[in-house]
Ligand binder design. Structure first.
Ligand SMILES: Cc1cc2nc3c(=O)[nH]c(=O)nc-3n(C[C@H](O)[C@H](O)[C@H](O)COP(=O)(O)OP(=O)(O)OC[C@H]3O[C@@H](n4cnc5c(N)ncnc54)[C@H](O)[C@@H]3O)c2cc1C
Length: 372
């Protein structure tokens, strides 16, 4: 046990030293807002150093290491305020979904290119009238014998404007079948019949999009899981997405540390207590994952607490900044991170399942309370 802890501590020190020596100026100064080229190069460098795909299987390009090491890396990147594989949803959502549900060919074809950022991915689940009620999606996937044909509209698709592929949930059955008639496929975003239209966010950036699919041909080998079992695949995707969003816990810790250097108040103290409790919960879950457990509805607890905590952390930070909070451009003496974070974090309690939906889920699935 002691040896394990010592090894992890040594690993942590190596990550820190590596970051100090290797982070490029553009990434250090611009973080998430760096250019796509710079973020792509950065991700590749992180991967090649062994700090991405840490616990993913070696045969598909991962490093086959302890999942706790993966979390140590995420923690150290968050502490340094650096982006970690956030160019698209490949590493956070699609990779784990393909590893769990994909065919051998899909794992060989896609996983390594996800890690190296050679391919950028988006996730096509939500539709204009089907977000929280995901079972209400209407996008059609028709079986045409030698291929599928996709018709429909997706919305809020993050990174679709730069994506190479989309993990798309559609309907092979009748809409009245709800959860039963769904199917998951991989769509090449360069296919004919796809139109991507960006949506502007409160931050001024346009990172998500509406995507129209008009008679888009999809090869049969792009089916993920079985026809009619897309809901099952989608639920595993959502658990990974929520678990992954939960890693913003480490960003909350950094914000709290920065803010507490200048201010100290009761709100800050209460939030720090929540963060410590969440960290223990997270650590226990990781120990189970290490023994082969596949992350389930606990991911909703992590996502719920982490997303609400980061909003509170930015609110506390900004409320203490006075008029400086109004400066949104990075300039001498001012870092707009907190104001930008306050705006950007509004979305975190919506994306990947709203807080209301997660509370319903926890009530029903974990506490066994009656539906509705
Ligand atoms: C930044 C961001 C990125 C996103 N990226 C993606 C992406 O890449 N791919 C993708 O597919 N989707 C993406 N989404 C969409 C996201 O999954 C949906 O926005 C979310 O599931 C909510 O759906 P909705 O927007 O349709 O809201 P609605 O479902 O219409 O909900 C509106 C309000 O009603 C509440 N509500 C709804 N039903 C219930 C209920 N049964 N009980 C209590 N309250 C309820 C909700 O909590 C919410 O407050 C993204 C969203 C955001 C904000």
């Amino acid at each position: 046990m002691m040896r394990d802890e010592e090894e992890l501590e040594k690993f942590r020190n190596n990550v820190r030293e590596w970051i100090e020596k290797n982070v490029p100026e553009e990434i250090k100064n611009k973080g998430d807002s760096a250019s796509v080229t710079a973020l792509r190069e950065w991700q590749r460098k992180v991967y090649e150093a062994g700090y991405l795909g840490v616990s993913w299987p070696k045969e598909y390009g991962g490093w086959g290491e302890d999942p706790l090491k993966e979390i140590i890396v995420r923690e150290e990147f968050a502490k340094a305020g650096l982006p970690y594989a956030n160019l698209g949803l490949g590493v956070s959502v699609v990779g784990p979904t393909i590893l769990l549900n994909g065919t051998e060919e899909q794992k060989k074809k896609y996983i390594k290119k996800i890690l190296t950022a050679e391919n950028i991915w988006c996730q096509g689940f939500s539709e204009p009238h089907a977000g929280s009620d995901l079972a209400g999606i209407k996008t059609k996937i028709e079986d045409k014998g030698d291929h599928f044909l996709v018709n429909g509209q997706k919305i809020w698709s993050s990174y679709a404007h730069i994506a190479d592929y989309c993990l798309l949930l559609g309907r092979t059955g009748d809409p009245s079948e709800r959860h039963k008639g769904m199917t998951m496929v991989i769509v090449d975003m360069k296919s004919e019949g796809i139109k991507v239209s960006p949506i502007r966010q409160i931050t001024g950036r346009s990172e998500f999009n509406t995507v129209y699919f008009n008679n888009v041909k999809v090869p049969k080998e792009n089916l993920v899981g079985k026809i009619g079992e897309g809901w099952k695949v989608a639920m595993s995707t959502l658990n990974y997405e929520r678990f992954n969003i939960g890693t913003i816990l480490f960003a909350v810790e950094r914000i709290l540390r920065d803010v507490s250097k200048k201010y100290s108040n009761e709100q800050l103290f209460n939030l720090a207590e929540d963060v410590v409790a969440l960290r223990s919960f997270y650590r226990r879950l990781l120990e189970r994952i290490k023994k082969g457990y596949v992350v389930g509805p606990e991911a909703a607890v992590i996502k719920l607490v982490a997303s609400e905590s980061i909003q509170k952390a930015y609110e506390i930070a900004v409320s203490n900044m006075g008029v400086d909070a109004l400066i949104m451009e990075r300039q001498a003496g001012f870092n707009p991170e907190f104001t930008y974070g306050l705006l950007a974090s509004r979305s975190i309690t919506i994306a990947g399942g709203t807080s209301e939906i997660l509370r319903n889920l926890l009530g029903e699935v974990i506490l066994g309370m009656p539906k509705g």
